[in-house]
Design a binder for this molecule. Structure first.
Ligand code: NAI
Length: 462
């Protein structure tokens, strides 16, 4: 006899555990099936460990520039073993916290791999043979690093993001294939800890999808930091010897690059295979994502999907938001669908990048009459005080109404600053609304006020 719940969740990452926590707090009886530890990619192979290692890089930069502040801390050296141990302590603490929360809310966690036996009956089998049924099934099986032909991961010299996060030696020369979010974070990290880094990006610029002016700030900063960025590149393969000889071309021009390690960061693939969905009636698109509507409903009634396994931004906080939408739908409550255009993004390279809403180009492409205002950190007191004056806050607004369509930041603590931008974009605030707010002085956030005021045709320091 199968065990019976209100909701069974397949996968215990941000989409899955948020479904369980939110659902349980609404009184639902919930089961999660998870094959590893609770926390998923975000906690074990993504956001948290990556940002922890990037913090090691930040401390290094601080010590390296300490003399400018009158502090002689000597020449810093890096001990990755200690850095990895600290990372693990943070991960373990957060994992234990999550396990405690789930237990406290009486969520039943089934360790093992879950397979959908009958989607229409929401019947799931765990690898130990246990069968579970529920009124609703939420699939939250996440994603895994994508490779490219000829570059199969070996975990030693051909690395995915998973491998970089457990690397205890700094490689001498590294090629990073793909200059997106992960590629730029790792380029920044590896350059700080001492690798010679080359980023090989297929498109004309790194960070495609990021506002051009903001992505250019990172490209220029990388150049200053001696991170080589090659764009418009196709990699074709590599030869293994003492070193790796990577073969690439840009149009007709071919070239080789000798490196000690290759990191492949060309995106992630959804984990929708081998979980019993093939003959389930759940529609999967041509890229392997589970198709859902704006209530996270799949093509089979009672079956929902959230997080990286659906074709929406692969971000933990999007998984959280989708979990809430799925649970509210299950509860029959009204739902405000997620506006994916406005999702806040954060990329933790140095300088950091964050954005929400439309880029200048996307707003133009959608037919808006656009006006923009960009203010640089070099005119900001706090930025000069902390010695981080590279970058800008850029606001994209509709001319005439002043409605803020997008906010784009490169620079210090950009990922912490974006909250205000998100509030403005999501609230459909105008530049005048934002310009009228008091921004404490001296703070980095003052640039919001300056940029918004400038859009009203008047300004203070701008
Ligand atoms: P991505 O989609 O951000 O970037 C992949 C990059 O690889 C693109 O620039 C693309 O043009 C390039 N590319 C694709 N095929 C290539 C090839 N054969 N040769 C050279 N370049 C090629 O994917 P990424 O960086 O792997 O990250 C995956 C996802 O993880 C992101 O989309 C994001 O959702 C999430 N993520 C979020 C972070 C954050 O919020 N801080 C940080 C890291 C990842």
């Amino acid at each position: 006899m199968a065990e019976q719940f209100d909701v069974v969740v397949l996968g215990g990452g941000p989409g899955g555990y948020a479904s369980a926590l939110y659902g349980a707090s609404a009184g639902l009886n919930i089961a999660i099936v998870e094959e590893a530890r609770i926390g998923g990619t975000c906690l074990h192979r993504g956001c948290i460990p990556a940002k922890e290692l990037l913090q090691t890089a930040e401390v290094l930069r601080t010590v390296r520039t300490a003399k400018e502040f009158g502090v002689d801390a000597g020449q810093p050296t890096v001990d990755l073993a200690t850095s990895l141990a600290r990372k693990q302590t943070v991960v373990d603490r957060l994992t234990k916290g999550l396990e405690g929360l789930l237990k406290g809310r009486k969520v039943t966690v089934y360790p093992g791999t879950g397979t959908v036996v009958d989607a229409a009956a929401r019947l799931v089998r765990v690898s130990d043979g246990t069968e579970i049924t529920a009124t609703s099934l939420i699939i939250a099986t996440g994603s895994a690093p994508r490779s490219i032909p000829g570059f199969d991961f070996d975990g030693e010299r051909i690395l995915s993001s998973d491998h970089v996060l457990t690397m205890d030696q700094v490689p001498g020369r590294v090629a990073i294939i793909g200059g997106g979010a992960i590629g730029c974070e790792f380029a920044s990290y590896l350059a700080d800890v001492g690798s010679e880094v080359t980023v090989l990006e297929a498109l004309p610029s790194i960070l495609p999808g990021v506002d051009k002016q903001v992505a250019d700030v990172v490209a220029r900063a990388f150049k200053k930091r001696r991170i080589t960025v090659e764009t418009g590149i196709s990699v074709t393969g590599y030869d293994r010897g003492e070193a790796l000889t990577l073969h690439a071309h840009r149009g007709d021009e071919t070239g080789d690059l000798e490196v000690d390690a290759i990191v492949v960061s060309v995106g992630r693939r959804p984990r929708s295979e081998n979980i019993g969905l093939e003959a389930s009636g759940v529609t999967i698109d041509e890229r392997g994502f589970i198709a859902v509507d704006d209530h996270m409903r799949t093509s089979v009634p009672g079956v929902y999907a959230v997080g990286d396994v659906v074709p929406t931004p692969a971000l933990a906080h999007v998984g959280f938001a989708e979990a809430i939408v799925a649970i509210k739908t299950i509860l029959g409550e009204p739902v405000v669908p997620i506006d994916y255009d406005r999702v806040p993004w954060g990329i933790y390279c140095h300088p950091e990048v964050s954005f929400t809403g439309l880029t200048e180009q996307a707003a133009i492409d959608r037919g808006y009459d656009v006006e923009v205002s960009a203010h640089r950190f070099m005119g900001n007191g706090r930025a000069l005080i902390i010695g981080e004056s590279d970058g800008m806050v850029k606001i994209v607004a509709e001319r005439g109404t002043g409605v803020i369509l997008g906010v784009h930041i490169a620079g210090p603590w950009a990922t912490e600053l974006i909250g205000e931008g998100y509030l403005a974009v999501n609230w459909e605030a105008t530049a005048a609304d934002l310009g009228a707010l008091i921004h404490p002085h001296p703070t980095l956030g003052e640039l919001f006020g300056e940029s918004a005021l400038a859009l009203t045709g008047r300004s203070l320091h701008g």
